[in-house]
Ligand binder design. Sequence first.
Ligand SMILES: Nc1nc2c(c(=O)[nH]1)N[C@H]1C(S)=C(S)[C@@H](COP(=O)(O)O)O[C@H]1N2
Ligand SMILES: [Mo]
Length: 322
Amino acid sequence: MYVRSHKGWEIPEARVTPEAIALNRRTLLAGAGALTATNAIGLGAAQAAADPTLDLYPAKKNTTYEAGRPVTAMRFNLTYNNFYEFGAHKGIYKDAQRLITRPWEIQIAGEVEKPFTIGIDDLIRKIPLEERIYRHRCVEAWSMTVPWTGFPVRKFIDLAKPLSSAKYIRMETFFNPEVATGQRPSLFQSSLPWPYVEGMTMAEARNDLALFVTGAYGKPLPKQMGAPFRLHLPWKYGFKSIKSIVKIEFTRTRPKSFWEAILPREYGFWANVNPEVRHPRWSQATERVLGTNNRIPTELFNGYGPWVSDLYKDLKDERLWM
Ligand SMILES: Nc1nc2c(c(=O)[nH]1)N[C@H]1C(S)=C(S)[C@@H](COP(=O)(O)O)O[C@H]1N2
Ligand SMILES: [Mo]
């Protein structure tokens, strides 16, 4: 991802290409990074131990969707993250520990029978958790394979009881510039439209693949991965998979997402993975597999086409691939 400044002097990390960032990442891992990864695992373990839902892990495995790739070692995912609330670079995991994840409430609003607010621990105990291994494809052309724990969005919809007027779901991340330094106005970057917002259609949300995530690698979610509650839509570019959600709103109109608001020519509402449609500034044909030196071909819908392509068959005039 790349944040264009309206000034000519934005922070250097935001200027380098994703490829260059990944190269730095490899160098880091080869050297002092080993220590960094250990620290991150320590932080993750301490955090998980204190989690009020720890007893629900590991959850029962659902093997409907075969990942067909080795799981990315946790230490890579713990130390290589996109979480712009904590900075426009991959190494935010220490800063993300400032995030306070209890108490945590989620507001359910908009076109529903009755709007309500629910504490995260209540919500997590209302719907059975399951583990699913999903491929994740970032728009920056890197990928990983993660054992997520959570429940299908459609089960959440049953709980939220939307009205028939609901056509979209709009989700919002927390806004707390005191904790999240990336949300502070800065001299180096034109201000961004916080909070982070994402959206999906009701049809997408009802697809069994759409997953609300509460954990990863058999434990409650580490903060840098979007604790305590995030989304994962494995057939779409990673930026759709919004982290640390505090509000879920059912709407009549299509929500405008964070990246769409910043760079509409590069990031749209649909953002389905397609190796044949270039990002304006790089190819999407292949992807680097996080934690390896491998580059592999990218698949249409990130390989999930058999389950999701029908969602788009009548939408030929839409920009489905960015
Ligand atoms: N709130 C919020 N959600 C977010 C992002 C973000 O910056 N802020 N980054 C997105 C992007 S671009 C990706 S690739 C994934 C990264 O998830 P991970 O750090 O757990 O791998 O989170 C997505 N969700
Ligand atoms: Mo991403």
